[in-house]
Design a protein around this ligand. Structure first.
Ligand code: ADP
Ligand code: ASP
Ligand code: MG
Length: 408
């Protein structure tokens, strides 16, 4: 079998753990498999690099940022390859460039255009374990280093698994699989044996960082067999698979939360056609992804407030744009709230049931938690709340929808 194994930051947090990873990898190879390993930076390393950049500049250039951030993964790839060699197995460490990951030019959240993988294939044929530095690629024209967005090593692993037509892509992390909610917040959370790509995609995009959203999208599109499991204990993990008729169509399958969004409100916007179009085109042209949008009713028929959420990391880029928009439109001003969180419930069963959203709102109200924004789709309901209530909200929702018990 050809297996891609990805190890996250906590799994390569120090030298002892890197040696443990090397042992697992070598065992997999000695059991007759060809192995590609994708590694993240050591836990906390990427954050440290970001802090360094912020000490130098309040709005660091994203091209240089990517060059800086890509170094974390290079360190672990080299160390992991050395640890494998030390165990007596051939290993080669490759950067994103060397493995042929070509991306677009959107620095800090580049999309993969293609992967050549030739060097990796040759090395595998020659009996090497290939260790790839996750989270990075290069642009086609300039050969500039890009990164794939936070958590992007998951995407590296899935994309390489697809490019090399691997039999399995294993994501090794610090929890035993995908749970009904973050097990670090709700100890009663239940590990799922299997989850559909669709539900996983929804959970991930709503903040369950156990898998990066784009990695799930990619796995779904190219049918990459995916399993999430622990690098610390030997347990079966969670299979991420195509939805099939045997899967229970549970009402609510998980609770997710996201503390990385900020709410931007443009105050006193003239109430006439074309304004929202202009506002959101300006934001989109800067490659900022807007999530929720609320336009309040105009009480005087002349002006209104428009609120929307964007990733906190995009605030430095968004601030000058919103100032420009306010001046251009003759709006009254901008207010930014960084102390928000989005809590969401997800489940395919919602398609055919009513009352789920009402139950969510009531559960939050019972705790005195005010809802600032709401959005719904066929299979999810999200509420923006004050971030200080995040953990409480996740716990009471997990309880209200009885997610700890397998029979719900
Ligand atoms: P890695 O460094 O291995 O990539 P991450 O920190 O990115 O690991 O993702 C694993 C974390 O995801 C867990 O420690 C857990 O706190 C969090 N998490 C959030 N939601 C879930 C969920 N539904 N199931 C499992 N883990 C979750
Ligand atoms: N090191 C990167 C991050 O912290 C990528 C990853 O860990 O997947 O986001
Ligand atoms: Mg991760």
């Amino acid at each position: 079998m050809l297996i891609v194994q990805k190890y996250g930051g906590t799994s390569v947090a120090d030298i002892e753990r890197i040696k443990k990873v090397a042992e697992r990898v070598v065992n997999t190879a000695r059991n007759g498999n060809r192995v590609v390993v994708v590694v993240s930076a050591m836990a906390g390393e990427t954050d440290k690099l970001i802090e360094l950049a912020q000490q130098v500049s309040s709005n660091p250039d994203e091209r240089e940022m990517d060059l800086l951030l890509s170094t974390g993964e290079r360190i672990t790839s080299a160390l992991t390859a050395m640890a494998i060699q030390e165990l007596g197995h051939k290993a080669i460490a490759l950067t994103g460039r060397q493995v042929g990951i070509i991306t677009d030019t959107v620095h800090t959240k580049a999309k993969i255009a293609r992967i050549s993988g030739d060097k990796a294939k040759r090395a595998l044929d020659e009996g090497y374990i290939v260790v790839v530095a996750g989270f990075q690629g290069i642009t086609e024209d300039e050969g500039d280093v890009t990164t794939l967005g936070r958590g992007g090593s998951d995407l590296t692993a899935v994309a390489i698994a697809s490019a090399l037509d691997a039999d399995l892509c294993e994501i090794y992390t610090d929890v035993e699989g995908v749970y009904t909610t973050d097990p670090n917040i709700v100890p009663e959370a239940r590990k799922l044996e299997r989850i559909s790509y669709e539900e996983m995609l929804e959970l991930a995009s709503l903040g369950a960082k156990v898998l990066q959203t784009r990695s799930v999208e990619f796995a779904m599109k190219y049918n990459v067999p995916l399993v999430v499991r622990s690098s610390f204990v030997d347990a079966p993990g969670t299979l991420v698979v195509k939805e099939d008729s045997n899967m229970e169509q549970v009402l609510v399958s998980g609770v997710a939360y996201d503390k990385n969004q900020a709410k931007v409100t443009i105050l006193g916007v003239p109430d006439r056609p074309g304004i929202a179009g202009h506002l959101f085109k300006t934001i989109a042209d800067a490659s900022i992804v807007v999530d929720m949008i609320v336009q309040n009713i105009s009480s005087d028929g002349k002006s209104t407030d428009i609120s929307f959420t964007i990733p906190k990391t995009d605030l430095p880029k968004a601030r000058p744009l919103t100032d420009e928009i306010v001046n251009g439109l003759g709006a009254k001003g901008v207010s930014i709230d960084e102390n928000i969180a989005k809590v969401s419930i997800v489940g395919v069963g919602m398609k055919t049931h009513s009352g789920v959203a009402a139950k969510m709102f009531q559960t939050l109200a019972d705790q005195g938690i005010n809802i600032k924004m709401i959005s719904t789709s066929e299979i999810k309901v999200s509420c923006v709340i004050d971030s200080k209530y995040t953990e409480l909200a996740v716990r009471v929702l997990h309880d209200a929808f009885d997610l700890a018990s397998p029979s719900q």
